[in-house]
Design a protein around this ligand. Structure first.
Ligand code: AMP
Ligand code: ZN
Length: 461
């Protein structure tokens, strides 16, 4: 079966084949690390993690290189470090750590590489030098700029022509630029900026622009032409357009063979964003919802469509996922089959059609229930294997059904395990009243004890 992906540059779904199937390359623009990311920022994390899983499944775990950078130098970072009295390094390392923890909470695998912008300033300077030598960049009073009109192909990804971004607005007269569409490759240091934010360069002390960071890091780690470049739709213009301009003018080679963009996560029809003040932090959601439920909700929409983030979307995800775990529990002991169902894979191979893939997982859960109803051991084992294989592709069903049904945090689990054991001890001692008291207490908390020959287990009812 073939993998088809929608390429934002050619605006069509095309068959994807990597340049080298032993080294499939994926680059996704990562976060600017100066505050906590909101749940909208985790849409690309989850979407491209699902693609990463699919590519690893297709080409082999060791044959896919996924790089997601950390932008750890930027105006907002400098301001946040100053406001909080920390060094830039301390601030960015702290928020990158939180980001990585948050990503892990929604079952995103760590990327193969997480390059830091500040560790690649030398690569950026070399690339800017190449652009200057080739006549694509010039030095002015504020820094080094890329000259957009010097690239006839500029604007193909977004369909915008140079100057479009100023349409309707008055073009600010900017003495530093030869053309309003030109953008900064290198920004000269301003008088009050911290040493930590300043590097030497052949043109003067300063720091790189945002766009050149990704161009340099992608080339350094993945090569001049990468297989897939991804990010949120808001990055298409100007960020990705400028990445293409820089990389292609510096290298004379195509930057990425496929461009993929996820749609927005919306709240009541509006993009979730800090500037609109409608953000929800993952840490806050995780207090009420399991990370796997959040991931399931995120994958319930197609990645290119806008996704409206609501309480009922999460409730639905939790209900469906619980039902699937319930089916998995019924076939859990039936082991030994090899996965055979191709429907989930086929859905993902069709431009990452995760809503279809999740519908197929529900169908597999129905198969599991039907097999368990019939007591058909072979069919139960088959359903178990297929459910787990589908879960591995989608990043769900990562726990045992028992662990899922118990939910909660480790302390809470330990407390309940202790009570269940105390009840067993009471029964051993024939203290029926004490045993019943514990069972009733747990029942009041919504916890059901299930006794069997092997002992007692429990679940949330
Ligand atoms: P930023 O830190 O703003 O550069 O965003 C990091 C990533 O999250 C980028 O790929 C953005 O396109 C993406 N992103 C930001 N807000 C949203 C949103 N509301 N929905 C989906 N993706 C978003
Ligand atoms: Zn980027």
């Amino acid at each position: 079966m073939t993998l088809r992906l929608f390429d934002s540059l050619t605006r069509e779904k095309r068959v994807f084949t990597p340049t080298d199937p032993r080294r499939v390359t994926l680059y996704v623009c990562g976060p600017t690390v100066y505050n906590r990311a909101h749940i909208g920022n985790f849409r690309p994390v989850i979407v491209f993690d699902t693609l990463f899983r699919l590519l690893r499944h297709t080409y082999g775990v060791d044959s896919v290189v996924y790089a997601r950078n950390y932008t750890d130098i930027e105006d907002k970072i400098i301001a946040a470090a100053r406001d909080s009295g920390q060094s830039i390094a301390a601030l960015t390392r702290r928020y990158a750590g939180i980001y990585a923890d948050d990503a892990a909470a929604v079952n995103a695998l760590p990327p193969s590489l997480t390059p830091w912008a500040t560790e690649h300033v030398g690569d950026m300077i070399a690339m800017i030098g190449q652009l200057v030598r080739r006549g694509h960049a010039y030095v002015s009073s504020g820094g080094v700029y890329f000259h957009v009109p010097g690239m006839p192909d500029y604007g193909q990804l977004s369909g915008r022509r140079p100057g479009d971004n100023e349409a309707g607005a008055r073009v600010a007269i900017d003495a530093e630029k030869r053309d309003p569409a030109d953008f900064a490759l290198w920004k000269f240091a301003k008088p009050d900026e911290p040493e930590e934010a300043i590097w030497d360069s052949p043109w003067g002390r300063g720091r790189p622009g945002w766009h050149i960071e990704c161009s340099a890091m992608a080339a350094r780690h993945l090569g001049q032409t990468i297989d897939i470049h991804g990010g949120g739709i808001d990055l298409q213009f100007p960020h990705h357009e400028n990445e293409i301009a820089q990389s292609e003018c510096a290298h004379g080679a195509q930057m990425a063979r496929f461009w993929m963009h996820n749609g927005f996560l919306d709240v009541q029809g509006e993009k979730m964003s800090k500037s609109l003040g409608n953000v929800v932090l993952l840490a806050d959601l995780l207090r009420d919802w399991d990370g796997e439920v959040i991931r399931f909700a995120m994958l319930s929409g197609h990645y290119r469509a806008p996704l409206d983030w609501t309480e009922s979307l999460l409730e639905q995800a939790r209900t469906t996922l619980s039902r699937i775990y319930g089916a998995l529990r019924r076939v859990w002991s039936a082991q030994g089959a090899q996965p055979a169902d191709r429907a989930v894979l086929a859905a993902l191979q069709d431009d990452l059609n995760t809503p279809m893939a999740l519908a197929e997982v529900s169908r597999l859960a129905s198969d599991a229930n039907a097999a368990a109803d019939r007591g058909d051991e072979a069919a139960m084992a088959q359903a178990r294997a297929d459910l787990l294989a589908a879960g591995a592709l989608l990043g769900v069903l990562t726990r045992t059904p028992e662990a899922w049904e118990q939910g909660g945090d480790a302390d809470e689990k330990a407390r309940i395990d202790g009570l269940v054991q105390a009840r067993l001890d009471a029964r051993m001692a024939k203290d029926w009243a004490a045993a019943d008291r514990i069972r009733d207490q747990l029942r009041d908390e919504g916890i059901e004890i299930m006794d069997s020959a092997g002992g007692s287990t429990w679940r949330r009812s």
